[in-house]
Design a protein around this ligand. Sequence first.
Ligand code: GLA
Length: 416
Amino acid sequence: MRTIISAGGAALMVVVFAIALVGAQQPKPIVRPASPVKAELAAAQPVPWMLLAPTPPMGWNSWNQFACNVSEQLIRETADAMVSSGMKDAGYQYVVIDDCWQVSRDANGVIVPDAERFKSGMKALADYVHSKGLKFGLYSDAGARTCQGRPGSSGYEEVDARTYAAWGVDYLKYDWCSTDGVEPKIAYPTMRDALKASGRPIVFSMCEWGRSQPWTWARGVGHLWRTTGDIGPTWQSFTRLLDQQVDLWKYAGPGGWNDPDMLEVGVKVGDRGLTLPENRAHFSLWCIIAAPLMAGNDIRQMAPEIRDILTNREVIAIDQDPLGAQGRRVRQDNLGRGATVEVWAKKLKDGGQAVVLLNRGNADAPMAVSWQELGLRYDAEPMVRDLWAKKDIGRVKGTFTATVPAHDVVMIRVMP
Ligand code: GLA
């Protein structure tokens, strides 16, 4: 490293000298050749902590569909399906094993994976996931035990971080069970420091369920922080969590994201599961609020309609927009009997906006959004594109109107 830096320093001096020389003669444009030193320097540097999540992380996590039923076979098949289904090409990167992969600690305090379910060991599994061009993630807990009673990381942060790094872990979800008497503001930075010290860039996903309002303090500690309790595969659960995000928009941005929990798109647990329009609504809203997109369904055998939702690139582009603004609820209208329709909008880097019209009622609803509500001139006439129908609507003057089916959305992109 030292040699590279001094080589970089030498290169800089040569450039400065060259500029001085050129300046002394006549003002010619300076054409600098691509610097091999700079390229080498960039390759040698680990990705800086704050640059690990410039947009909300995307991937898959085992918990929502499989709970404790995890194994290396499931993870290998899921990695294969990430590629063959087009999820990887659509931007999904991390394959994360949630709770229940770990069983004990050895005499040196090193965490021991379930040898029955992970026969080849975690290093081999991480290598396999990496061989598919994907990244590998694990789960632990800030307390003595995980939420499923497995060994937690309390008191073992450094040895765990070193172990993860040696295995090739790229992402750690860090839960909050068995933490009586522990302070999130101490426990999470402790693990963050251990991960940093491991020398491997590891995305840090904080999961203390919003208890200590992490959005107010966790930027620079985690790359994403859960804002709520656990999601379930129901409309009630999704909308309840959505309501809890309304005031949090100001805390999200490149490097640190509000996490309203993982996706339930296509998840079936017993007789619980979202309908197709509900899946579309859930995905659209998670994208408009710049949520991390961690799929939770069995992607090895998902229906084409579910795959089409999870891989709609124009909708994903709204979530991943480089401006990193979290969308806001612009308006909520009461339809009576507790049903509402809502307008959500997210500012985009190109100066445009994405808009979701959400119908939370049980019957079709005519809806409208005026450009003025979005901060545009009342007589603006922007181009509008329907992101689910995947077609241009053309120029629309003043107000956009649509009929939105029950428990569904219309999602548009309004061009600058
Ligand atoms: C907690 C988390 C969930 C999941 C389970 C695993 O409930 O919030 O997302 O990780 O633990 O036990």
